[in-house]
Design a protein around this ligand. Structure first.
Ligand code: DC
Length: 221
């Protein structure tokens, strides 16, 4: 049987990881959160006092850095240099570091190679920014899950509130950060975020997660 890889790209907070996880469950595929890999490298830079935008300093860090996944209680955890770092990578500081470090071509090359290696031998749902355009350009299953910046900021604001990590951030602050990340992700020189030519666009601004999942599965069937 041939390997199936489903590519799901889109901006931060559009619901793509929730959709991807649900599809992985329903179709018995492995969920690969490529954003978590960039976050792990962002975390390592921050921990080592390295500016994530400093290409030279980051390049010296890369050769002896490993990023892998382990499944714990059915959930994929990202492992940095042998340490499960899942609980440290979702803060605002690391979101920013990941967004900055992901602009560096050396970083992208290393992680894209790892992602392709996983996809070669495993049936996956892979979510990210460049999966349909760069990592798996030949997969027939490409989706671009998006939503307006305001809707995404509102979702993120509520999520931070629930997790108790909002601090003194206002909705406006979250919206500004969402827009700044979009700007970096969409306008960077290497592998900018954009829908692959043959991707199916799913706008979740006024759609439930279930509806988005149905839209993907209908298209694959
Ligand atoms: O999906 P996420 O928000 O966890 O991703 C964190 C950062 O990593 C995001 O700013 C963009 C970057 N990223 C990327 O450049 N390419 C990917 N395939 C996945 C994430």
């Amino acid at each position: 049987m041939s390997i199936i890889n489903i590519a799901i790209d889109g901006p931060a907070g559009a619901g793509k990881s929730t959709v991807a996880k649900r599809i992985a469950e329903i179709m018995h595929l492995t969920y690969v959160d490529t954003g978590a890999m960039y976050r792990a490298l962002g975390l390592k830079a921050v921990r080592n006092g390295i500016d994530p935008g400093d290409a030279e300093a980051v390049a010296t860090m890369l050769p002896d850095t490993t990023v892998t996944f382990i499944k714990i209680n059915g959930e994929q955890h990202v492992v940095l240099d042998g340490e499960d770092v899942n609980e440290f990578i979702r803060t605002e500081e690391i979101s920013h570091a990941a967004s900055v470090i992901s602009t560096l071509p050396e970083v992208r090359r290393k992680l894209v190679d790892l992602q392709r290696e996983i996809a070669r031998s495993t049936d996956t749902v892979m979510d990210g920014r460049d999966i349909g355009t760069v990592v798996l350009p030949n997969t027939p299953y490409k989706f671009y899950v998006t939503a307006s910046a305001e809707v995404r900021a509102k979702r993120r604001f509520v999520e931070y509130q629930k997790k108790g990590i909002l601090g003194d951030m206002t909705y406006e602050d979250v919206l500004n950060e969402v827009k700044a990340r979009d700007e970096r992700d969409m306008n960077r020189e290497f592998s900018p975020l954009r829908p692959a030519e043959n991707a199916v666009i799913i706008d979740t601004s006024e759609m439930s997660i279930d509806e988005a999942v149905d839209a993907v599965i209908e298209d694959i069937d």
